[in-house]
Ligand binder design. Structure first.
Ligand SMILES: Nc1ncnc2c1ncn2[C@@H]1O[C@H](COP(=O)(O)OP(=O)(O)OP(=O)(O)O)[C@@H](O)[C@H]1O
Ligand SMILES: [Mg+2]
Length: 293
């Protein structure tokens, strides 16, 4: 099953983490999917969107994040068991109980520095490849939240994931970020790269002629494979980042047009995944609960 998606734009602040969160919660709540979110950003944005700050601090101080997994598997060359690093019951949406998280920590930056210092890039890539090959059998969809810029770890996700999607704002600088990304993808094609599942226009001001113009321009370029559904700039989507200690329904978190746009986007994403997998042979898979038992 080709189901791992790196969410990437070299430009910061275009809504990558927000889209990861909303896609994961929509896939779980509306489609009953088991979704693994991998937080590959030292800012740990999506981790803090999926749990309380105190729970995240605890995982970080207990050594239970992606940093600890990679530290063991890459720097120490140990057999780290990935299921031990996956957190269940994340998300404050009561009907999105099948979202799972591999959380992050700011120490990820230091880990990447160590990997570079010790020239362990090849080993890092092998570990990422084997992690993805294990989790793609267990989860229906695996979404990787990448930081802005192009780090050694991000490069591994981009080379080993099945797909990438790129959120962008409908503005000049964000579109330049896409161009940088495209040029990077064009380098060393022999090293392999994820397939473009599509560009997502995010934070679109539906009343702005300039946003509309950029949207049309991006959509006209077939290389972008733009999603038809743009995500509007809405306060509900901005507020979605604030994890609530009380659980709420999907429709309370994503009311009206915010939820409608995310559901339409998710349906498009599933249709694209299905089309891409049409030729792939079906595989039998253990449930996340069984895999992590
Ligand atoms: N559709 C939207 N409507 C309103 N606000 C949004 C929307 N999408 C994202 N935001 C807000 O924009 C800001 C940046 O979003 P986010 O952190 O998801 O971007 P990012 O690309 O992940 O950033 P970084 O590059 O730093 O990882 C946040 O305050 C978020 O709440
Ligand atoms: Mg982010």
């Amino acid at each position: 099953m080709h189901n791992s998606i790196a969410v990437m734009n070299t430009k910061g602040g275009v809504g990558k983490s927000t889209i990861v969160l909303a896609l994961a919660e929509t896939l779980a709540a509306f489609h009953g999917k088991n979704v693994l979110v991998i937080d590959s950003d030292a800012q740990a944005s999506v981790s803090s969107m999926l749990m309380t700050v105190s729970s995240l601090y605890k995982l970080q101080s207990d050594g239970a994040t992606i940093v600890d997994y990679l530290h063991a598997a890459v720097l120490k060359d140990e057999q780290a068991e990935w299921p031990k690093f996956i957190v269940r019951n994340v998300s404050d949406v009561d009907d999105a109980r099948t979202v799972y998280l591999l959380p992050s920590d700011m120490q990820l930056t230091l880990l990447e520095r160590e990997v570079s210092k010790e020239s362990l890039h090849a080993r890092l890539r092998v570990v990422i490849a084997s992690l993805l090959s294990a989790v793609r059998k267990v989860f229906d969809v695996v979404i990787i939240d990448c930081p802005p810029g192009l780090s050694v770890l991000t490069e591994c996700w981009l080379r080993e994931s099945d797909f990438h999607v790129s959120p962008t704002k409908a503005d000049y600088v964000s579109v330049c970020g896409l161009e940088v990304f495209r040029r990077f993808k064009g380098l060393n094609p022999e090293m392999g790269f994820a397939e473009n599942l599509g560009v997502i226009i995010n934070m679109k001001d539906m009343k702005s002629a300039s946003d509309q113009e950029y949207h049309r321009w991006l959509a006209d370029n077939a290389e972008n494979n733009c999603f038809t559904q743009a995500v509007p700039r809405m306060s509900a989507l901005q507020d979605a980042a604030n994890f609530q200690t009380f659980s709420r329904s999907y429709l309370a978190k994503y009311p009206g047009a915010a939820g409608a746009s995310m559901r339409a986007l998710t349906e498009e994403l599933l249709a694209r995944l299905e089309a891409a997998n049409k030729s792939a042979a079906p595989a039998s898979a253990p449930s996340p609960a069984a895999a992590m038992a």
